[in-house]
Ligand binder design. Structure first.
Ligand code: BGC
Length: 353
């Protein structure tokens, strides 16, 4: 009898201490494209970590094609996924397909980019996007010592894709820091192109950023007198196009402007080491995946879902409860610690060859 009670007790202890894993449940992960390094990493981190937690995964990349992403989501729903994780291409285009998800009882996590204009999105995981832009603005203020220097310094602006909610937040964060210096005349924009819609690059394309920078150089900096001091770039894919354009126009490290970025992509990290990009913002995709996997399992296990922001991400229909991870500024002074010591890259991957 004693032995029986002991075994029973042991079983009860085991039952309460072992977390209930929704063994084998299928989760759909929709990523915008595999042509950019970061989304490859995001997709693969999500798949690996979800599988490690015991889930099965359908992972799709949509080649930046909105219709393709919608049909991928429809297929995931047909395949009876239990949850969707979606990094959207056009955040405002998914209302109908997500209504179908809702009708099928499938919860939705918006990944990195907010899904807008629909009630059928349950949670959002991302980095603090406004802070990313603020970091870029702050970096410029510090690098030019705008508090003390007389100036004026010449600056050109780039914005991200207008269909990506993040792009607006990055820009707002940076402009909020830089506007007082534009107002005081310490910063001057020779092209006069400052409005977000004028400087935005639809689709975040490197080549499109390069083409716009070519135009700016030809139209405003070709007189041999006007110095370009800064280019505000919201991310690394645009920063790369901007650097390519400057190199082709004959700029060298002697007259190279400060260029900002985000993502710490490999070519940009190499540019950073060489002096062709001043800073990037590191958003560790491993951390975001970890957080999203945790959220997914909390949702599927009916547990309380951990969020740290319930005020800022209004998608036009509702405020989406969010978990925001912390971005970090990376430049020449700390890239080793942030990117190599943390195991994000090997020395060889970012070696200047
Ligand atoms: C992401 C950035 C990325 C950009 C282009 C944004 O939504 O937050 O990290 O550089 O999309 O893919």
């Amino acid at each position: 009898m004693k032995k029986f009670i002991f075994v029973l007790l042991a079983l009860v202890v085991l039952a309460v201490s072992v977390p209930v894993f929704a063994e084998g449940e299928l989760i759909g992960v929709a990523m915008p494209t595999n042509s950019l390094q970061r989304w490859n990493q995001d997709g693969n981190n999500m798949k690996t970590q979800l599988e490690k937690a015991g889930y099965k995964v359908i992972l799709e990349f949509a080649n930046n094609d909105v219709a393709l992403q919608i049909s991928q989501l429809e297929n995931m729903i047909l395949n009876d996924v239990k949850l969707l994780v979606v990094a959207s291409i056009d955040g405002g285009a998914l209302g109908d397909v997500l209504k179908t998800a809702k009708d099928n009882g499938i919860p939705v996590i918006a990944y990195d980019r907010l899904i807008t204009g629909t009630e059928y999105v349950d949670y959002y995981t991302s980095f603090d996007n406004y802070r990313v832009g603020k970091f870029q603005g702050d970096y410029i203020v510090k690098a030019l010592d705008l508090e003390n220097a007389a100036g004026p310094f010449n600056i050109e602006f780039f914005g991200g894709s207008p269909d990506d909610n993040n792009a607006h937040l990055f820009y707002q964060g940076a402009i909020d820091v830089l506007q007082p210096y534009l107002d005081s005349g310490k910063l001057v924009c020779p092209s006069g192109q400052i409005d977000f819609n004028t400087v935005a690059i639809l689709g975040w394309g490197t080549d499109d950023a390069q083409a716009r920078m070519d135009n700016l150089i030809n139209s405003y900096y070709a007189d041999g007198k006007t110095k370009l001091d800064v280019v505000l770039s919201p991310n690394d894919s645009l920063a790369l196009g901007i650097a390519n354009s400057l190199k082709a126009a004959g700029f060298t490290l002697d007259n190279w402007p400060i260029i900002t970025g985000q993502d710490c992509d490999i070519p940009n990290t190499i540019n950073l080491i060489q002096g062709y990009q001043a800073m990037s913002v590191f958003k560790d995709t491993r951390t975001l995946a970890e957080r999203t996997v945790k959220m997914a399992s909390q949702i599927l296990n009916g547990e309380e879902v951990e969020v740290n922001n319930t005020t800022d991400y209004d998608n036009g229909v509702k405020v989406v409860p969010s978990y925001l991870c912390d971005p970090v500024v990376v430049d020449k002074s700390n890239y080793k610690e942030m990117l190599i010591d943390s195991g994000y890259y090997t020395e060889d991957q970012i070696a200047v060859k």
